[in-house]
Design a binder for this molecule. Structure first.
Ligand code: ADP
Length: 492
């Protein structure tokens, strides 16, 4: 009897395989990093074959570590770095070029031209996204325009395009299934999130033939089976979602207005909005998941520099040796002594969208010590997240009572308490901070009928610590005033 769920987490820096039992407890894990290829500082690529081979390796290793075989696995869920583009030859299975990674800026000029033309309004209305090089559409166009013979081969129907989920699904099924799920499709900038179809008008604008695109299917349903040749027995694949949407699912944010924030290198915050809420405050509208005929949407906002401000304290300033020290250092002082850090190292994301802004430290005096700087850096993560929360509240009119958190920096108790205080909401950190992988596994469980509905899924998610807001409102207002003044100083 198969008693386990397997999650394939194809991330930006590594591929992981995590095996869970049916209650969502982690049983085993294996992980392997892949090369980051930088042809120049603003271009980022991966080797698609390496991603596939590493994924196979980590599945085998995780099975070995857990002393299990393929027949013990009830089903596989896939979650992935979103927006990254792979194009391959349908008959040979060979990629025509490296994967163009979501971070890659090679199509920034084309996006600027689209904006100048005013086409960004059409894109926002149809896809819920801002016109940015980040998303897949312009990267796919670049491949077809720039790789010899690609455009002609694509028109003949000889090439296939996929995000990383589609690539792995096609490989695992030995080419039998060419599909993606709604959440991944909604990040391509080619998918009409209201009409639920690839958008003919955008495809024509980008000169992309429709035959290259995968079928878009519900996030939880049986897509196909991993071929028995790979692991010794067939395994169903019944869940797919992009990493942030999988985390939203793995955090059990199933109700309208529920929010998760992932504190990693950057922060990614998503709010379940049920229907497609339009943002007037610089957030993206995206598909959270499709389950059966039911599509749920989310608002998304990201903070570019979050945990990486801690890396900066460590690697560039040499103020700390390890990230975890920051918690004790920040708690060792009563406040930041009036200083603020805005770590706009690469501009500011939602809701400010100041791409040319750069960072600032304000309020420094003779009394400023290392501890104040460390504390201000952690507080900056919380203030930036608070600004995204405020945009979500302004867009939806929903006032939050709780945010659910995960990611490396969510381990920091000081940061979590400060977030609760400054945002006036409870911060709930699950026992299992592998929300992304768990989300994919739970989607797969739902897709294969192991769980009847999302209520059943919610029972599998164990809640860990909760941080409740304690700060009095006068202090909160004073601190936020200081933050807003510092941000405004950067704008004007
Ligand atoms: P990603 O998935 O983006 O690589 P992770 O979720 O692995 O990120 O989190 C890593 C980030 O979290 C790093 O930027 C690191 O500086 C930060 N981080 C890790 N532990 C802590 C901690 N205890 N306090 C603050 N930041 C931390």
């Amino acid at each position: 009897m198969a008693r386990y769920l397997m999650s394939l987490d194809a991330g930006t820096t590594s591929s992981r395989c995590i095996i869970f039992d049916f209650n969502g407890n982690k049983i085993a894990m294996a992980q392997k990093e892949h090369k980051q290829i930088f042809p120049n500082p603003s271009l980022v690529e991966h080797d698609p074959m390496e991603i596939w081979e590493n994924q196979l390796d980590v599945v085998k290793k995780a099975l070995y570590n857990a002393k299990l075989s393929a027949s013990d696995i009830a089903t596989i869920g896939i979650t992935n770095q979103r927006e990254t583009v792979i194009v391959w030859d349908k008959s040979t299975g060979k990629p025509i070029y490296n994967a163009i990674v979501w971070q890659c800026r090679r199509t920034a000029d084309f996006c600027d031209a689209l904006k100048q033309e005013g086409y960004d309004t059409t894109i926002r209305e149809k896809t819920g996204l801002t016109t940015d090089a980040y998303f897949s559409g312009t990267k796919l166009r670049w491949l077809l325009e720039n790789i010899d013979g690609a455009k002609e081969a694509a028109s003949r129907g000889d090439l296939l395009f996929g995000t990383v989920d589609t690539w792995l699904l096609w490989q695992l099924t030995k080419g039998a299934v060419f599909a993606t799920d709604y959440s991944n499709a909604s990040r391509t900038m080619l998918y009409n999130i209201h009409e639920l179809k690839w958008d003919d008008e955008i495809l024509a604008e980008f000169n992309i033939p429709k035959c290259i695109l995968p079928e878009v299917l519900p996030s939880a349903h049986i897509f196909g089976h991993a071929h028995a040749d790979f692991f010794g027995a067939e395994i169903p694949i019944s869940g797919i979602a992009g990493d942030q949407q999988a985390a939203l699912f793995g955090q059990g944010c199933f109700e309208l207005g529920m929010v998760k924030n992932t504190y990693g290198t950057g922060c990614f915050m998503l709010m379940n909005t049920g229907n497609a809420a339009e943002s007037k405050n610089g957030l993206l509208t995206t598909i959270a998941w499709g389950i059966g005929d039911n599509i749920e949407y989310a608002l998304e906002g990201s903070v570019f520099v979050a945990g990486s401000v801690v890396q900066w304290l460590r690697d560039s300033l040499g103020l700390i040796k390890t990230a975890s020290e920051t918690c004790g250092l920040a708690k060792s002082v009563d406040d930041t002594g009036g200083i603020y850090i805005v770590p706009a190292f690469t501009g500011l994301g939602a809701p400010h969208w100041l791409s040319h802004a750069r960072g600032i430290i304000s309020g420094i005096t003779h009394a400023t010590r290392k501890e104040h700087i460390v504390r201000a850096a952690l507080e900056a993560i919380a203030y930036q997240s608070h600004d995204v929360i405020s945009a979500m509240v302004a867009d939806t009119g929903i006032s939050l009572t709780e945010i659910r958190v995960d990611g490396g920096a969510s381990a920091n108790d000081f940061l979590m308490q400060f977030q609760a205080d400054i945002s006036g909401v409870a911060v709930r950190r699950p026992q299992q901070i592998e929300s992304t992988a768990l989300g994919a596994a739970l989607l797969a469980g739902l897709g294969i009928g192991l769980f009847e509905n999302k209520d059943e899924v919610a029972k599998k998610i164990c809640h860990g610590s909760i941080f409740t807001p304690h700060m009095d409102s006068a202090m909160k207002a004073q601190l936020l005033d200081g933050w807003n003044m510092t941000i405004n100083a950067m704008i004007f």
